[in-house]
Write a protein that binds this ligand. Structure first.
Ligand code: 5GP
Length: 114
């Protein structure tokens, strides 16, 4: 069996996290190195490595991640807006090879990103 990803270990409680939401399909916890007052990672339980590895079978799952982001943003009081980001690959600066949606907010964000 493949070794668990960092985020699978968090999902299984083997690594502690500040969990804000979980259901049958995904977990959401606060980023250990927050880039804004609210920085939450929404992670499918299925260990898909990156956006590049998505298949048609993952279509509903990805939609679910965004609906969770919306719900968590409301719960976090992000009424003035927020950003959702999937980093992908080397140029996208993805560092953890388990698909995750960043939910970032609580301050005005700059654009374009670096
Ligand atoms: P990426 O760079 O792959 O898009 O995002 C990975 C994110 O995971 C980074 O923002 C990083 O701070 C966060 N991260 C890495 N290790 C841990 C950890 O052990 N716990 C938590 N809560 N976040 C982590």
């Amino acid at each position: 069996m493949a070794e668990k990803t960092l985020f699978q270990k968090i999902a299984d409680g083997e690594i502690p996290s500040d969990m804000v939401y979980q259901d049958a399909h995904c977990i959401a916890f606060r980023d250990i190195q927050p880039q804004a007052p609210v920085h939450i990672l929404i992670v499918p339980r299925k260990p898909i490595p990156s956006l590049d590895d998505l298949t048609a079978e993952d279509q509903d799952l990805v939609g679910h991640l965004f609906l969770c982001a919306r719900q968590i943003a409301a719960a976090e009081g992000l009424s003035r807006g927020y950003r959702t980001v999937f980093n992908c690959g080397e140029h996208g600066q993805q560092t953890v090879p388990h698909l995750h949606l960043h939910l970032i907010g609580g301050r005005p964000l700059r654009w374009p990103p670096g």
